[in-house]
Design a protein around this ligand. Structure first.
Ligand code: NAP
Length: 299
């Protein structure tokens, strides 16, 4: 007879779901091209030579090529002035073949990130970080033109795994502008009852234990233990943390904010790290670019 000890959560395969979404996008790009002779365009702007930023940018450009989105590559030197970067953004705002603009973060210290991001046209803000888009996300009865990619990816994983959100208790761990805050707003829009846990929250485990849906985005390796999770809960792990691992050639491996092995014994669903939320972020960027292009091309 199966006992509670045999419990095994369903693993949400973000890589497979993201691949399905990319195929759907490629088909839609094809249709747009046949019908209007136009394809979506995404400008990916990178400043400087940070290795991690370069690898994210090349991944995004490659993903564009795979689904037929034209990528406009803007590579600027580390010393570029804020004024020159803003001028570049204005040029891209004015280019009708560019439907989305992404400025890879972080920017060098001498450039004010907020100044640059607020210059991106709200209609091309495929990262969804423009204060107007975030503001609309936060307001009842308003819809942002774009939702931020990682949070949107988290909800898409829930939807495509058949997990309902309406009326559920959701706990988001983290309140950053790029993940925690927007994902909690999206969950609220989807009619969940949302609690946000942050670094000043007392006794986070007792709050997390009440959640039907946990979104972990604290950047704290394996912070959430199995006994912090309500049996049957859906656990979406955004955290991506490098921990030492001498058995690996690189000397490290990536883990989430959730103790995956323990979570598997308690949760109803759980995302792995890597292979959970990560691939969805790029898929949602492509989706936002497609949606922005459709709004322009089909109008
Ligand atoms: P962040 O800006 O550092 O924010 C972390 C948030 O977690 C803050 O709100 C912080 O609270 C909270 N926090 C930190 N320690 C905590 C603790 N012990 N208990 C409760 N809350 C705590 O990080 P982020 O940019 O949101 O990223 C979060 C994680 O997601 C990172 O591991 C990052 O690598 C990963 N990430 C993954 C993707 C992806 O595509 N898979 C995308 C983006 C980020 P305070 O506000 O009080 O400081």
């Amino acid at each position: 007879m199966a006992s509670i000890l045999d419990h095994q959560a369903s693993i949400i395969d973000g890589k497979a779901i993201a691949q399905t979404i990319r195929s759907e996008i490629a088909a839609e790009v094809c249709t747009l091209s046949e019908k209007y002779g136009k394809v979506p365009g995404l400008a990916v702007v990178i400043v400087g030579t940070r290795k991690d930023s370069q690898s994210y940018v090349s991944m995004k450009r490659k993903a564009c090529a795979e689904v037929g989105i034209k990528s406009f590559d803007v590579d600027l030197p580390e010393q570029v002035s804020e004024a020159d970067l803003v001028e570049k953004v204005h040029e891209l705002n004015a280019n009708p073949d560019v439907h989305g603009i992404l400025v890879q973060l972080p920017l060098p210290k001498h450039i004010n990130e907020e100044n640059v991001l607020s210059e991106i046209s709200i209609e091309k803000d495929v990262d969804g970080f423009h204060p107007l888009n975030i503001g609309k996300l936060a307001m009842k009865g308003r819809e942002p033109l774009f939702q931020p990619c990682t949070p949107k990816g988290c909800l898409e994983l829930l939807h495509r795994s058949g997990i309902s959100i309406k009326g559920k208790r959701a706990v988001v761990v983290g309140r950053s502008n790029i993940v925690g805050l927007p994902v909690s707003l999206l969950l609220m829009k989807a009619d969940a009852t949302v609690t946000i846990v942050h670094s000043h929250t007392h006794n986070p485990e007792s709050i997390i234990r009440e959640a039907d849906i946990v979104i972990a985005a604290a950047g704290q390796a394996m912070m959430i233990k199995g006994d912090w999770i309500k049996p049957g809960a859906a656990v979406i792990d955004v955290g991506t943390n490098a921990v030492d691992d001498p058995t690996k050639k690189s000397g490290y491996r990536l883990v989430g904010d959730v103790d995956f092995q323990e979570a598997c014994k308690v949760a109803g669903w759980v995302t792995p790290v890597p292979g959970g939320v990560g691939p969805m972020t790029v898929a949602m960027l492509l989706k936002n670019t497609l949606d922005g292009a459709k709004r322009k091309i089909e109008q």
